[in-house]
Design a protein around this ligand. Structure first.
Ligand code: ADP
Ligand code: MG
Ligand code: MG
Length: 253
């Protein structure tokens, strides 16, 4: 059983006019086996949260901490965070020219586990996960993110999550740009990885659509860099019906 505890997190983003405060005191606790949906209007700071946890250099933590089983991961390098068991699928993953998906996954797995996975079981595991995600086997030989479609990027993220078996997975807008069939396949992958590894999942999404497939235990609504409301799955249903209007400043007439 692991805990990921975000405490009073304040984050500023680097802009041309200097640092701009975005997150203004976020408190959130995730435990193994839980699925938390992070929802909220555009620009409320959802992606900033994932970038800050990932250690993106543009996002400066000015106050607060992120504790993985009591250890502040903000003091760790990006690699150390991954090794500690925090997986971040970024909204716009970078291309890695000359590195195939297959090599990338094996290198990541080796770095995280501290030893290379046995080749035979590894190849079998990769194949099985790819089949379940309805991925063409040739995909494994393509360069990471090079020419990937939106749907391929998302499947690749979930493939990583299944194979790397993190303690916590942070998935930002995994549902964006997916058609209904791809959304179902990707959601099944999240559920499978969640169930087989017992990972805690932070599912960041503007829309409630993916929550029809991946059932959250808790829902947190971000507004203006803070958690404005929290609840269970019923809160997502309410947002589906009402949208975010009641959280936004009333339009002046
Ligand atoms: P969300 O993911 O909820 O849509 P973001 O975290 O992407 O929100 O953005 C929160 C706020 O921070 C927005 O007002 C956005 O314009 C601003 N922001 C984020 N990244 C940058 C950046 N690199 N430069 C300037 N402003 C940024
Ligand atoms: Mg669960
Ligand atoms: Mg975002």
């Amino acid at each position: 059983m692991s805990t990921l505890e975000i405490r009073n997190l304040h984050v500023s983003v680097e802009t041309n006019d200097g640092p701009k405060p975005i997150l203004r005191g976020v408190d959130l606790t995730l435990r193994s086996g839980e699925i938390h949906a992070i929802m909220g209007p555009n620009g409320s700071g959802k992606s900033t949260l994932s970038y800050a946890i990932a250690g993106h250099p543009k996002y400066q933590v000015t106050e607060g901490e992120v504790l993985l089983d009591g250890e502040n991961i903000l003091e760790m390098s990006v690699d150390e965070r991954a090794r500690a068991g925090v997986f971040l699928a970024m909204q716009y993953p970078v291309e890695v020219p000359g590195v195939t998906v297959s090599n990338f996954l094996r290198t990541a797995k080796t770095a995280i586990d501290g030893e290379a996975p046995p080749l035979r079981t590894w190849v079998k595991d990769v194949k099985a996960a790819m089949t379940q995600l309805r991925m063409d086997p040739e995909f494994a030989q393509r360069d990471v993110n090079h020419g990937f479609s939106g749907g391929e990027k998302k499947r690749h993220e979930i493939l990583q999550m299944e194979l790397l078996a993190p303690k916590f997975a942070i998935l930002d807008e995994t549902d964006s740009g997916l058609d209904v069939d791809a959304l179902r396949v990707v959601s099944e992958g999240i559920n499978r990885a969640h169930e087989t590894t017992g990972a805690g999942v932070m599912l960041i999404t503007h829309y409630t659509r993916i929550l029809n497939y991946v059932k959250p235990d808790f829902v947190h609504v971000f507004v203006d860099g803070r958690v404005a409301e929290e609840g269970g799955p019923e809160l997502a249903e309410r947002l589906e019906n009402e949208g975010y209007d009641r959280f936004l400043p009333a339009a002046s007439a």
